[in-house]
Structure formats: structure tokens, C-alpha cells
Design a protein around this ligand. Structure first.
Ligand SMILES: [Zn+2]
Length: 383
């Protein structure tokens, strides 16, 4: 099959006059348009953009369904909703909960992954986090990363792709080493770390931070000195990739611009951190980690309005926000939703328009509406 008449978005720019040839679910060639073999089925994209499908490494839910339900129906609803925002791969993200409940999710994901192509694995966010930076997470289930708990999770290293951990907790550094040895991406977050805690985590292989600015320590006095927190450590260290919830609510435009100046186009991973409220009408109540929440002004908040409770956004919404509020070029914003997250979690065949990559695509109109989403060359969602 040949995707033709599209504007291809690469990390370094947009190119016209190229076709994308797909065979057996993978990109087989990207020839000049006139050279493409016409023996294939032709999909005319009418001058729209073609980009790699978006990769969201931090998704809890959508449409009143949550990863913690650990069921195929919930996973499918979440993946289908986010496909409408251009996402073709995502990490189903767990909440702070007893380890047994998290294991149930990991087992369910292993069972469902063959049927739901968008599931790239699981991001375990909590329970190894700071009570002081819990945000909307349930503090009663927060625990230290004991070797026993870490071992339990590592038994599921085939589906566990990313862990959020606060590096200042007892035994956190040993846990980070163990997760890295298991091939798992370690992201520091929900953390009250000092500069040196972050450095120690970095030395053990941490290369990401979770929802930068949100639930994260920043520079503060220690005695008479001013010392960096996790935020400044992440901004200053070029090898760290920074998750950003660019929904226009979690982080103000000035902070987003500051992050872009500090990290450049390769250092940011756009994440929705979408919860079960995503896709529900304004004013809808929903439950998150057992807490009552509501969708208000386009974002999810606790019903008592004491904290944000994840976003109601899709990936395309974040890309538009980066264009309009941060003045990032389209190709760079797309890279923040494709190649950068693929690199962060080691997805070698996704997030890129190159020969051999999976044929996961999003088709965008000139106004950046999602027209179609493809996974492995198959239509996942159509406008
Ligand atoms: Zn989250």
C-alpha cells in the first residue's frame, strides 16, 4: 500500500513529494513520488500532513475508564479515545495503589497486548513517591521501594516499561539500579529531591523526569544557601528528557517556554497524563484512585478543588498548545510526541518515518485536526 499526496513531517522539517510504501505493517520505502510502484493500493491523503503516530508515555484513562480497572474493555476504551487524538502507542499508567493491584494491571496488559496494538506497556507511577509531592495520588498507599516490592514488579519486566520514583526515598537508588538493569526506563517525579538526590539517581541511570514542574521540588534555601531541586537538575542536564503536560492548565506558557529554551526540541516528551475524565462533557463527575473528581474548564480536578487530577487532553491538543503558546515549529512539536518518547522508553521501531519502522501514522489536516490514525498500516480511527 502507498500513502501518497501527503506532506511528511520529519524531526528536521516537512517534505513534500515523497510517498510512503507500506508492506506487512512496516514502512518498506519512502521514494520520490514519481518513482513509487503503482502496483500497490494507493491511499491519497489529499495534501494533508502525515506524521508518525503519537506516543504517550503517561496515560491513566479516558471516557470514565481507568487503567486500574485492569480489564480489556477499559484498555480498549482508553486506546480508542486517544487514537482520536493521534496516539498509536501508549503506556497505560497505574496510580499509587497496593503493589498487588498494580501487578493485576501488569498481568491484564500482558493478556491484552496481542489484541490491542496501541498498548506499548505500563508506566508504574507510584507507590514509590514522596508524600509531600503526592498531588492527587492516594497518600495511604505510598511506600518505600523495598527490594521485595521491586522484585515483584521486575517479574513483569516484559510489560513494565517505565517507573516514576522519588530518588530521595530509602532504598530508591538500589531500586533505580535494579529497574535499569531490567531494561526499564526510570523517571524521577512526585519528588521532593535535593540536587544531590537527583544527581545520585542520574548516576544510576535515571534519564527522565515525570510531568516537569508538577509535583516536583525546585530551588529552595538550605540553611543560608540556595540549592537546586529536581526541576533545576533536569533543566541543567542535557541527557534528561522531560515529560510535559502541555494542556494549557498544568503548566503556564512562560514555564513551557523556559523548558523549551533549556531542553531544546529533543529534550521534551509531551504527555497527556489524561485521566478518566478525558472525553467526558464539562461538569462530569468521575472517580480517580477512589477520589471524587470533576471535569471543569477543560481539565480534571479533585471535587474539593484542592488539586489538579490529570488532564482531559489528547496528544493533538498538546501539539496545538506548543505551537500557539510556545511558538515551537510543527516538526519539533511532532518530534516531542513521537521520536522523543520512543527514545525515552526504547521503542526502536516506532515514532519515526524511516524504512523498517512500524507503519503507525497520524494524518493531520492543515488546521491540525486529526483526520485518520493508522497502526501497523491498519486504520485505527477516522474522522
Ligand atoms: Zn500521572
Amino acid at each position: 500500500m502507498i500513502f501518497t499526496n501527503a506532506r511528511l513531517i520529519f524531526p528536521d522539517g516537512i517534505r513534500d513529494a515523497l510517498d510512503v510504501v507500506v508492506e506487512h505493517g512496516k514502512i518498506a520505502a519512502i521514494p520520490e513520488r514519481s518513482l513509487a510502484h503503482r502496483k500497490h493500493e494507493v491511499i491519497d491523503l489529499n495534501g494533508n500532513y502525515l506524521a508518525p503516530g503519537f506516543i504517550d508515555v503517561h496515560v491513566h484513562g479516558a471516557l470514565d475508564r481507568d487503567t486500574m480497572e485492569a480489564s480489556a474493555e477499559a484498555f480498549r476504551a482508553v486506546c480508542d479515545f486517544h487514537a482520536s487524538g493521534g496516539t498509536t502507542s501508549l503506556l497505560l499508567t497505574t496510580a499509587t495503589a497496593p503493589v498487588d493491584a498494580i501487578i493485576k494491571v501488569l498481568e491484564a496488559v500482558r493478556d491484552c497486548r496481542p489484541m490491542i496494538s496501541a498498548i506499548a506497556g505500563v508506566h508504574v507511577e507510584g507507590p514509590f513517591i514522596s508524600k509531600a509531592k503526592a498531588g492527587a495520588q492516594c497518600t495511604e498507599f505510598i511506600q518505600d521501594p523495598s527490594p521485595a516490592a521491586v522484585r515483584q514488579l521486575l517479574e513483569h519486566a516484559d510489560v513494565l516499561k517505565r517507573v516514576t520514583i522519588a530518588p530521595e526515598l530509602p532504598e530508591a537508588l538500589e531500586a533505580i539500579e535494579a529497574f535499569r538493569a531490567g531494561g526499564i526506563s526510570v523517571s524521577c517525579g512526585h519528588s521532593d529531591a535535593w540536587d544531590e538526590d537527583a544527581r545520585a539517581a542520574f548516576d544510576r541511570g535515571m534519564r527522565s523526569v515525570t510531568h516537569t514542574f508538577n509535583c516536583m521540588s525546585s530551588a529552595r534555601p538550605r540553611g543560608i544557601y540556595r540549592v537546586a531541586g529536581l526541576l533545576e537538575f533536569a533543566l541543567s542536564e542535557s541527557d534528561i528528557s522531560c515529560e510535559l503536560i502541555a494542556d494549557g492548565h498544568h503548566v503556564s506558557p512562560t514555564l513551557m517556554k523556559m523548558l523549551y529554551r533549556a531542553k531544546g526540541p529533543r529534550g521534551i516528551c509531551l504527555v497527556t497524563d489524561a485521566t478518566a475524565g478525558a472525553g467526558l462533557p464539562e461538569g462530569s463527575p468521575f472517580a480517580l484512585f477512589g477520589k471524587n473528581c470533576i471535569v471543569e474548564n477543560g481539565v480534571c480536578i479533585l471535587a474539593d478543588r484542592s488539586a489538579l487530577a490529570g488532564s482531559a487532553a489528547r496528544m493533538i491538543d498538546l501539539i496545538r498548545m506548543m505551537l500557539h503558546e510556545v511558538s515551537v515549529p510543527l516538526n519539533e512539536a511532532i518530534a516531542m510526541a513521537t521520536e522523543n518518547p520512543a527514545r525515552a522508553i526504547g521503542l526502536e521501531t516506532k515514532g519515526r518515518l524511516i524504512v523498517g519502522a512500524d507503519a503507525d501514522f497520524v494524518v493531520l489536516s492543515p488546521r491540525l485536526d486529526v483526520v485518520q490514525t493508522f497502526g501497523g498500516g491498519e486504520l485505527l480511527w477516522s474522522h
